[in-house]
Design a binder for this molecule. Structure first.
Ligand code: HEC
Length: 122
C-alpha cells in the first residue's frame, strides 16, 4: 500500500516536471523556426531589402488587425489561404497543405510569431 502511494507520488512529480518543461517553450520561438522552414521562401518579414512572393508579415499583421480576432483569422488564413486573398496577389501560389503538414503547436507558433514581428516595431 505504502509502496504504491510512493509510486503514485513520484509519477505525479514527474508529470508536473514534464508539464513545466512544455509550458516554458516559447510559441514565438517555435513560430520563428517554422516560418524559416516553411514560409520564408515566399514571405519576408518586412519590405526592407527583401523581395517576396507573398505579402510580408507586416502586411499580414495589418490585415489581421481589422478582424475581430486577429489570431484566429491568421490561423484560418494559413490553413485556407484561398478563402480570402491578400490584395494584389493571386490564388494558387500559397500551398494549401498546412492544415495537415503543420502541428497545432507550429500553427499557434506561426500566429504568435506573425503577431509579434509583423507589429509596427518601435
Ligand atoms: C510558395 C509560396 C508561399 C509559401 C511557401 C507560403 N505562402 Fe503564404 N501566401 C503566398 C501568396 C502568393 C499569398 C497571397 C495570396 C493569398 O492570399 O492566398 C499568401 C498569403 C498568405 C496569407 C494571407 C491569406 C489570406 O487569406 O489572405 C497568410 C496568413 C500566409 N500567406 C501565411 C503563410 C505562412 C504562415 C506560411 C508558412 C507556413 C506561408 N504563408 C507559406 C505564398 C506563399
Amino acid at each position: 500500500m505504502r509502496r504504491s502511494l510512493i509510486f503514485i507520488l513520484t509519477l505525479l512529480g514527474l508529470t508536473a516536471c514534464g508539464m513545466t518543461a512544455t509550458a516554458t517553450v516559447d510559441p514565438v520561438a517555435t513560430g520563428r523556426q517554422a516560418y524559416t522552414i516553411y514560409c520564408a521562401a515566399c514571405h519576408s518579414v518586412s519590405d526592407v531589402g527583401n523581395e517576396s512572393f507573398g505579402p510580408n508579415l507586416s502586411a499580414l499583421y495589418a490585415r489581421a488587425q481589422s478582424e475581430p480576432d486577429p489570431g484566429a483569422w491568421l490561423r484560418e488564413a494559413i490553413i485556407y489561404p484561398n478563402t480570402e486573398l491578400a490584395p494584389g496577389y493571386q490564388a494558387g501560389i500559397m500551398p494549401m497543405s498546412y492544415a495537415t503538414d503543420l502541428s497545432a503547436e507550429k500553427l499557434d507558433g506561426l500566429v504568435a510569431y506573425i503577431l509579434k514581428v509583423g507589429a509596427p516595431q518601435p
